[in-house]
Design a protein around this ligand. Sequence first.
Ligand SMILES: [Fe+2]
Ligand SMILES: [Fe+2]
Length: 220
Amino acid sequence: MDEYLMKLKTKVDVMFANEKSGHDIAHLERVMRLALHIQKEEGGDRLIIGISAYLHDIHRLLENREHKFFSPKMSLPIVKDLLKSVDFPDREISKVLHCIEFHEEYDFTPQGKTVSDLETLILQDADNLDAMGAIGIARAFMYAGHHGAVMWNPEVPLNPEALFEDAKSLDDASTIHHFYHNILKLCDNMNTSTAKSIAKDRQEFTQEYIERFFTEWDFI
Ligand SMILES: [Fe+2]
Ligand SMILES: [Fe+2]
C-alpha cells in the first residue's frame, strides 16, 4: 500500500492544496489512520480500505469549484484516472470505487444504509469519527466559516428530530444546529464495535462542549 500512497500523495497534495472547508489533505490522512486502526480490529481488505479513505473526498473539490452539490459517485472518473496513473491493480479499482461511491449513505441520510460490505462500513465509520470530538468541532466551524454560516442563531428553534431535508435547511441556520441534526447522531450510527467505542468518548466531549458553549453564550 505504501508504494501506491507515495505516488498518490504527490498528486493529491496538489489537488487539495487550497481546500479550506475541513475536507483537506489532513482530513484524508486522519480518516485513513482511523480506517486502518478499525481494520486491524475488525478485518476487511486493508489495501482497499486505506486507499479508499485517502481518496474518498474528491467530490468536495468539485463542490468547491462549482459551488453546488456533487455526490461521491460524481468523483469516480477522477478517482479511477488517479488509480490507473499509479498502476493500481485493475481488478482492485472497482472495489475502491464502490467504497467511495457509498461512503455517505448511512442510517439517517435520505438513502439510508445501502451497503453491507465491511470495507465501506469501515470507511463510513472513520469518516464519521473525524466529524466528532475536538477535531470534529473544529471542522464544523471551519466548514461553516467557509460557507458563510454563523456559529449559533437563537432565533431558529432546534429540532433534533427534523428529517434530512428539513435538517439540511436548519443546518444553514448555524453550526450549533448542525451539531444537533448531524454530528450528535453519528455515535448511534457507527457500524463497527471498534468505532462505537471511539465514538462514545468523542460524543461525550462534544456534548460537554455544547453545554459550555451555551453557558458562555448566555453569560450575564
Ligand atoms: Fe465525502
Ligand atoms: Fe470525509
